[in-house]
Design a protein around this ligand. Structure first.
Ligand SMILES: Nc1nc2c(ncn2[C@@H]2O[C@H](COP(=O)(O)OP(=O)(O)OP(=O)(O)O)[C@@H](O)[C@H]2O)c(=O)[nH]1
Ligand SMILES: [Mg+2]
Length: 273
């Protein structure tokens, strides 16, 4: 499962990554340092393999391209990290930046992760409803949120987070966020079919030309025995006919085969999530 931590600089992304892995994997920022480029690490959490990408702040140039490259264009879950405390304009802008960068559809694939849970004095739902702006953000993200205290060793918070991620993943029907074209399964199937049909048609046309050529040469050879002195026009006609029929039949066969392969590829991709 490919998970990406995003958020404003210094909000606790790297610390949350370390809490998830229960290990100091990502360097923590001090006042003069900070995560400068995205970093992907893989570990087993519970019984599953988790690929976690820690990112620098959302102001970082080329973050989108960097993430596209690192995750090979697909992300299962975004963890939008927000530091608990007054929900400032700056934090609001960070959320907007994320949506500008990844498109509004990113909301479907996102779980809000509040950090600094140790400083929370009121129940989390009360804290959220105290700020109209934060309440709106939480609403936009389907009320999916979780609280981390990164100063705690407790792994219960991680187990609970994955329980919530699993629920979210069931709701979004195991779709992934795709970079070029934030797509769902239907688009995946369409893409696979289109690709296979194109390849199939091309191969079919090539095979068709070869078969057409062979057929033409057979006709020619036959013609040469019957009429040794045939005029040039009579020779050219079977060649063109043979090639033409070969190309059309070959390409049609290619399209049919390409469609079949495309459907089966898409179904297997769909089946494997
Ligand atoms: N008390 C408390 N401190 C936290 C918590 N999470 C992070 N911190 C502190 O917040 C500071 C920044 O944490 P990082 O995890 O480096 O934040 P970041 O988002 O990765 O920062 P950048 O990489 O610079 O964007 C560090 O001093 C952490 O120790 C938390 O849950 N509680
Ligand atoms: Mg960091």
């Amino acid at each position: 499962m490919e998970i990406v931590l995003v958020g404003k600089a210094g909000c606790g992304k790297s610390s949350s990554g370390n809490t998830i892995f229960d290990k100091k994997v990502f360097p923590i920022s001090s006042w003069f340092t900070g995560t400068k480029t995205s970093m992907r690490e893989s570990r087993t959490v519970g019984r599953r393999k988790i690929h976690l990408v820690d990112t620098p702040g959302l102001d970082t140039a080329h973050l989108f391209d960097e993430l596209n490259l690192i995750t090979q264009g697909k992300i299962y879950v975004f963890l939008l990290v927000i530091q608990l405390g007054k929900f400032t304009d700056e934090q609001k802008k960070a959320v907007e930046k994320m949506e500008n960068m990844f498109g509004e559809r990113v909301r479907e694939f996102t779980m809000i992760l509040f950090t600094h849970g140790d400083k929370l004095k009121t129940p989390i739902h009360r804290f959220i409803t105290d700020s109209a702006a934060l309440q709106q953000v939480v609403k936009n993200y389907g009320y999916r949120y979780h609280v981390f205290n990164n100063n705690s060793q407790s792994q219960t918070q991680v187990t609970q987070l994955f329980g919530e991620i699993d629920q979210m993943w069931t709701v979004i029907q195991k779709r992934k966020y795709c970079f070029e074209n934030p797509c769902g399964k239907n688009d995946l199937i369409k893409d696979a079919i289109n690709k296979e049909v194109k390849v199939g048609a091309k191969r079919g046309a090539i095979v068709g030309v070869v078969i057409g050529g062979l057929a033409a040469s057979e006709i020619l050879a036959g013609g040469a025995i019957i009429t040794p002195g045939a005029a040039a026009g009579m020779v050219a006609a079977p060649v063109v006919l043979g090639l033409g029929v070969g190309v059309v039949v070959g390409a049609a066969a290619g399209v049919i085969k390409g469609t079949a392969t495309g459907v089966s590829t898409a179904v297997s991709r769909w089946w494997n999530g």
